[in-house]
Design a protein around this ligand. Structure first.
Ligand code: MLT
Length: 204
């Protein structure tokens, strides 16, 4: 399997599996405390980005901050999608019950999975995502709940872009909850708590 990762079996292999996707410079251990908060019983698949930017793991290349290498993003999105299929076979979890939790660059690759595939994710928690790419027709995302944690003063993702992402996903049929914070690009305790509360309302 072509991604460094860790898998932790929860109380029910047939239940939900949380797919953890870290921010730039992170690794597969970073978001484990979030998974524990969101659903301590779930299986966890935590994946390290395959791209290195001066030694910092990422999920796809960028040309500069906020400017993505779109061809690489597309290729890496498929690579991750294929990895998820392989991981489900290897570990025996239910492929149709993957819930992404991504932060920053990890939220952007999760967003790209949603933009490309109808069945990549059952639901997604996106902390400080951007619009991953434009000029693409989104698949039918009916019945896909998506939580977006955004910042009114996020220097990496301006509020208009968070609104745009929310609208694009909503127009594709997703049930979007857009939650605003005022802590720049940081993932704050209140945002995390909102995501936990949101997840608890889902029936997965
Ligand atoms: C990205 O490159 O995905 C975004 O700029 C967020 C980040 O800094 O990772």
């Amino acid at each position: 399997m072509n991604h460094k990762h860790l898998f932790k079996e929860g109380t029910d292999l047939a239940g939900p599996t949380l797919l953890l996707l870290h921010g730039t410079g992170g690794n597969e251990h970073d978001l484990l405390p979030l998974a524990e908060r969101v659903n301590p019983d779930a299986n966890v698949l935590s994946v390290r980005g395959n791209v290195s930017e001066n030694g910092m793991p990422r999920y796809f290349r960028r040309l500069e901050e906020g400017v993505f290498d779109i061809e690489d993003l597309k290729r890496r999105t498929k690579e991750l999608y294929d990895f998820l299929d392989d991981a489900a076979k290897e570990y025996g979890f239910d492929r149709s019950k993957l819930v992404a939790i991504g932060y920053s660059n990890g939220a952007n690759i999760a967003g790209s999975l949603l933009f490309h595939y109808k069945d990549a994710l059952k639901a997604a928690i996106l902390h400080h995502p951007m619009v991953p790419l434009r000029d693409i027709e989104l698949p039918d995302l009916t019945n896909t709940p998506v939580f977006i944690g955004a910042g009114t003063n996020d220097p990496i993702c301006p509020p208009e872009e968070s609104e745009e992402l929310s609208t694009l996903l909503h127009d594709a049929g997703a049930q979007v909850k857009l939650h605003w914070e005022h802590h720049g690009h940081q993932l704050s305790a209140t945002e995390l708590q909102e995501a936990v509360n949101w997840y608890k309302e889902l029936s997965i």
